[in-house]
Design a protein around this ligand. Structure first.
Ligand SMILES: [Zn+2]
Length: 234
């Protein structure tokens, strides 16, 4: 259930019987011909779909994340690492004050990894809390299903192209883009990244049929729901 569809007494009532919630993390950054907000759209939606049958509240996705390497692409945003970790920590503090004890962070962007380190630190600092960090697209079952569909799929390729991340009126290229050299990518400056990556796709086809993507999505929803079920160690 989305927090935006609840008022505070709903949360108070919920907390009498359960103490789980989900905090999705996104990033505003270039995704080739897809929405700049892909990572927040996907992390929030997979969280909402996973939580729906169990009634666990889902907070709005934190839209901004860490993407310093995309700064030569207009519209791409980044926070500094220390700012980001502080923001996520303060959001966790707010959840703890509210009475939530088991927090599933559903992450939509690889660059947000420092929040994963924070999740572990936070649970140690606050033994009454359990914070799990789940990067939905790289979790084992989704990663295996993505590999099975097409091993060539990466940032801004078909693997992030769902009916809910496409933009109306935008026609996608129908060729398969060659794989990029990720070791080279990691050492380029933002201008170099833009020059090397071009349209923004890291390699692979730009689009698959909707049935394939719905199949991948249901694996993602089930795997995220399993994270919500446990184990929590509390
Ligand atoms: Zn993405």
């Amino acid at each position: 259930m989305k927090i935006r569809d609840m008022h505070w007494q709903h949360v108070e009532e919920y907390l009498e019987n359960d103490d789980r919630c989900i905090l999705p993390l996104g990033s505003v950054e270039q995704h080739a011909f897809l929405s700049l907000a892909v990572d927040a759209i996907l992390s929030e939606r997979v969280a909402v779909d996973a939580a729906e049958p169990v009634g666990v509240p889902v907070f709005p996705a934190l839209p901004y994340g860490l993407a310093p390497y995309f700064q030569a692409y207009p519209g791409s945003m980044t926070l500094r690492v220390d700012t980001y970790v502080r923001v996520v920590r303060e959001l966790l503090d707010g959840l703890r004050r509210s009475g939530f004890r088991r927090v599933l962070i559903v992450n939509g962007h690889g660059g947000n990894a420092p929040a994963g380190a924070l999740a572990q630190e936070y649970s140690v600092d606050h033994p009454e809390m359990r914070v799990k960090f789940h990067s939905w697209w790289s979790a084992p079952r989704v990663a295996a299903e993505t590999q099975r569909i097409d091993p060539a799929g990466s940032h801004a390729s078909w693997s992030e192209n769902f009916p809910w991340t496409r933009l109306e009126g935008v026609t996608l290229p129908d060729h398969r883009k060659g794989a990029l050299d990720l070791d080279l990518l990691r050492v380029l400056d933002p201008a170099g990244v833009r020059e090397y990556v071009g349209d923004g796709n890291y390699g692979g086809e730009y689009q698959k049929d909707d049935a394939t993507m719905h199949g991948l999505w249901s694996v993602a929803v089930e795997e995220t729901r399993a994270m919500l079920d446990g184990p929590w160690g509390l």
